[in-house]
Every structure is written in structure tokens, then in C-alpha cells.
Write a protein that binds this ligand. Structure first.
Ligand code: GLV
Ligand code: GLV
Length: 322
């Protein structure tokens, strides 16, 4: 009997056709993500599940699917939405979609660095609202990245791609945190690995590129903001939970930091009335780091490859391990 696969959303690209030859594919029809209860209900009897980063998949969902569930294919590089221990316990493989979204996400981090440092959202709002009347010599002054120190928290694939752009193009000085020393980064980009404390104290621009886990939840809290220089530009394209948003709001309100550029928040979306959304010096985007046609089609290819391998009992193209 044919394999059953559930997709929690329609995906861009053509890779789905390959899967249709192997399995019966059901796609969640609504624009709103399934609730945990709905998800448990629709995955019953499935051999594979395709999930988005906004779908929380715990042991309950896995058990609701049933013992034939072989693979959970997450349409994202991050996988904090999936309980890996529960999957391992049940012998379920988990896959993600790394590499193909590295350039797109690094481009967006660079975009946020430049847009936040030049107050682009505030400036555009001045025009849209009709507030802009005169070219002012001291109006909307920003800060420049050239020659400044960029602190990258988490020197993985995306952190390195951002470092390449900002050191190569803007001649920034590079410091970074990482579990291990990155010789290539030290040699080709004159990077220096430091402790988080030093990074917070030395950086003019800070960009976050670590995965969300217990150790990184609220990594940037009030204490971290207190250590920063004044006029720092803070960028987050990783996960919203890494920043303590109350502390960020306070740092913006007290002008402790210059501006923030966020592609991720907690929750997503933040209500439009949230003080961070309304804040002049906080630019928030709707989690579009990987949103290019190139990246998203390639992510679909990998996600489908992961599913096909998983239902055939083979190892995944891009496996996630605990
Ligand atoms: C997006 O946030 C991803 O993890 O791919
Ligand atoms: C500004 O428009 C300049 O040319 O400096």
C-alpha cells in the first residue's frame, strides 16, 4: 500500500512531483498553521511529515502519527521546533535543509545591518507619513560599518558568509564566538575568536548566528546589553528567543543601543501594537531570511530527498542528529 506523507504547507519549486511517484501526499489546505491538536489529527497513519519551523513537533505528535512514522523533514536549517530526543527514542529520522539558504540569510543579515545603521525604516516612514519637509544637515544621521568592529555570535555557515561580505566589502574588523577556533576565518578574514563578554564589550555591530537551544535562550539579556558599547547596531536573523525582548526594548528606550534589525521575534508575528514593532529604531521583518526563489526551491529539493530516503529506510541527505 502506498506510503502516506503529510505536508504542513505547500512548498515552492517542482520537487514535489518526484515524491508523488512514491507516496500519497496530503497538503494542509489552510493559510494558518495547524494547531498541535490539528497536527496530531492529520498526521495519523503517515510514514513521513514535512514540517515548517512554526510547527511544534513533540512526542505526542509522533505517537499520534503511529509507529510507521519514519521521518520528519523540517523545511528549515533550524530544528528547535522538533523534539529530537523524542524522535530518537522512537527511531524516527529528522532532516533539515542547510547550506542552500546560507547566502540568502547572510544577505538578509547584511541588509539589516545596513538598513538599521542608516535608519532606513524610520526614514521611509518620514516620507510615507509626510513628516519629511526639509533636507536637514543633521537629520536622520546614521552610523557607518566601514572600519568598525563586527561581532558575530556563532561562526557557522551563515556567520561565515556574513563575515565574508562585511570584511571583504566593508573592511570591518571581525571578532566572533564559536565553540572552536575557525582557522580559515582567522587567516582569510583576520578574525579573532573571543569570549562572549569581550565580543559584547568590543563590537560596534553585533549579529546573531547561533542555533536556539537552552544555552542560547535569552543569551542577549539585560546584563549583555549593559556590557555593550553605546551606539551598537544589533541584528538577529537566527531565532527570536535568543534575545530577551524586554531587555531589548529597555536598551532602545534608554538609547543604550543605536538600532536593532530583527528578522525573528517571539512570538511570530509580534502583534502590531507591540512596543518593539512600534519602535522607531527597531526594524522588524517577517522571518524572510531564506526567502529567495533560489533558496526556497533548493530547500524543497532537500526536504523531498530527505523524505524519500526516510520512507525507504535509508539515511537522509541532510540528517539532524542529537
Ligand atoms: C529559518 O529560520 C530556518 O531555520 O531555515
Ligand atoms: C548627499 O546627498 C551628498 O551628496 O552628500
Amino acid at each position: 500500500k502506498p506510503r502516506k506523507v503529510f505536508f504542513s504547507r505547500q512548498l515552492p519549486g517542482v520537487a514535489l512531483d518526484r515524491l508523488a511517484a512514491e507516496a500519497d501526499v496530503t497538503i494542509w489546505p489552510k493559510a494558518d498553521a495547524p494547531t498541535p491538536d490539528e497536527l496530531s489529527d492529520v498526521v495519523r497513519g503517515c510514514d513521513a511529515i514535512l514540517t515548517l519551523l512554526s510547527d511544534a513537533v513533540d512526542g505526542r505528535v509522533m505517537d499520534a502519527a503511529g509507529p510507521q512514522l519514519k521521518v520528519i523533514s523540517n523545511y528549515a536549517v533550524g530544528y528547535n521546533n522538533i523534539d529530537l530526543a523524542a524522535a530518537k527514542q522512537r527511531g524516527i529520522q529528522v532532516g533539515n535543509t542547510p547550506d542552500v539558504l546560507t547566502d540568502a540569510t547572510a544577505d538578509l543579515a547584511a541588509t539589516l545591518m545596513l538598513a538599521a545603521s542608516r535608519r532606513v525604516a524610520e526614514a521611509a516612514d518620514d516620507v510615507t507619513s509626510g513628516r519629511w519637509q526639509n533636507w536637514e544637515p543633521a537629520g536622520l544621521l546614521g552610523v557607518e560599518p566601514s572600519g568598525k568592529t563586527l561581532g558575530i555570535i556563532g561562526m557557522g555557515r551563515i556567520g561565515k558568509a556574513l563575515a565574508n561580505r562585511m570584511v571583504g566589502g566593508w573592511k570591518m574588523n571581525l571578532i566572533y564566538t564559536s565553540r572552536r577556533d575557525q582557522t580559515d576565518v582567522n587567516e582569510s578574514l583576520s578574525g579573532r575568536r573571543v569570549e562572549l563578554d569581550e565580543l559584547l564589550r568590543e563590537s560596534d555591530f553585533i549579529s546573531i548566528h547561533v542555533a536556539l537551544c537552552e544555552a542560547t535562550r535569552k543569551l542577549i539579556d539585560a546584563e549583555a546589553f549593559a556590557k555593550m558599547k553605546s551606539n551598537v547596531v544589533l541584528v538577529n536573523t537566527a531565532r527570536g528567543e535568543i534575545i530577551d525582548q524586554d531587555a531589548l526594548l529597555d536598551a532602545l528606550d534608554t538609547c543604550k543601543i543605536f538600532t536593532a534589525g530583527l528578522d525573528v521575534t517571539t512570538p511570530e508575528p509580534l502583534p502590531a501594537s507591540h512596543p518593539l514593532v512600534q519602535h522607531q529604531r527597531c526594524l522588524i521583518l517577517p522571518h524572510i531570511g531564506s526567502a529567495t526563489t533560489t533558496a526556497r526551491s533548493a530547500m524543497t529539493e532537500i526536504a523531498v530527498d530527505n523524505i524519500i530516503a526516510g520512507i525507504q529506510g535509508k539515511s537522509l541527505r541532510c540528517p539532524v542528529t542529537l
